[in-house]
Design a protein around this ligand. Sequence first.
Ligand code: FES
Length: 352
Amino acid sequence: MSSQDIPEENLPAEHAGQPGAVSVADEKDPFADPGLPPHEHRIQDIDEQAAKRSERTVALLFTLSMLATVGFIAAFVAIPHDRSIFVFPIGHVSALNFALGLTLGAALFCIGAGAVHWARTLMSDAEIADERHPIEASPEVREKVHADFKQGAKESVLGRRKLIRNTMFGALTLVPLSGVVLLRDLGPLPESKLRHTLWKNGTLLVNMNTNEPLRPSDVAVGSLTFAKPEGLEEHDEEFQTEIAKAALMIVRIQPDNIKDRRELEWSHEGIVAYSKICTHVGCPISLYEQQTHHVLCPCHQSTFDLSDGARVIFGPAGHALPQLRIGVSDEGYLQALGDFAEPVGPAFWERG
Ligand code: FES
């Protein structure tokens, strides 16, 4: 931009007095604030009919938003998950996803468009110049903000344009319903499923690696053996769900070294069986320190003492590991004598 393009009153002082330069009104403040241009009234400011038309347009957009939200819920309920449709130029898409995206997008767009149209045509558009001020607000400023807020509320014409107010509240109230109905996709509640595992009286303990039932002689002092319930196979549909609750770790401890009385009663010749699922957030425990009988969860280092009821001796876990009461079957195999006495895994599906 050349100096010729700059308005005369904004030219810097050094141009003053030069040949061809224009004079500046105030030499102390050559870049004087030109001020705001004169305010121009919009058609809605001077024509009540035009204001009414704008009001109806805003209300129509908010109403369309409500209809789109209702359409979203209807699509969610009515359209089967496996139906697909052809949409140019995308091609074949899931009818449900397409309908949900379209209706939710329309609901949000209409609220936004309604708010913008409202602000541009009906709210006050008087330009305001404000000086910069310190960040800390003085009591006077807070009072002014309060007054401005009240003035803004008045100028938003919410009190006078009840149609806009009501349809806007309707649209804003309905839009969150889209999120609420999606909660249905989280599936059924677990109810008491988390409290029970496949272990019951007489279920044999099967070695997780060899898939063979375990005998007491298979469990050596100092070793850590992982076991699963008899009959649970990897190709079973529910394998992951069930093993996540029933996975077991078995160690043999000299009975004299078992400090917890109930643990000793629930063991067989020093063989103890505990849930392998950490009671912090459910990682599988995998590290065993044979001298101390401590097991360590690799996720956040919770440490449990298997010689003392698997109580927590370090880390964030909130509960001891549940113990499985075991005995020996008539054929000489290790077997469960019931289910765990408490839910396995993280404490957040509380034991109560
Ligand atoms: S899951 Fe085991 S310590 Fe966090």
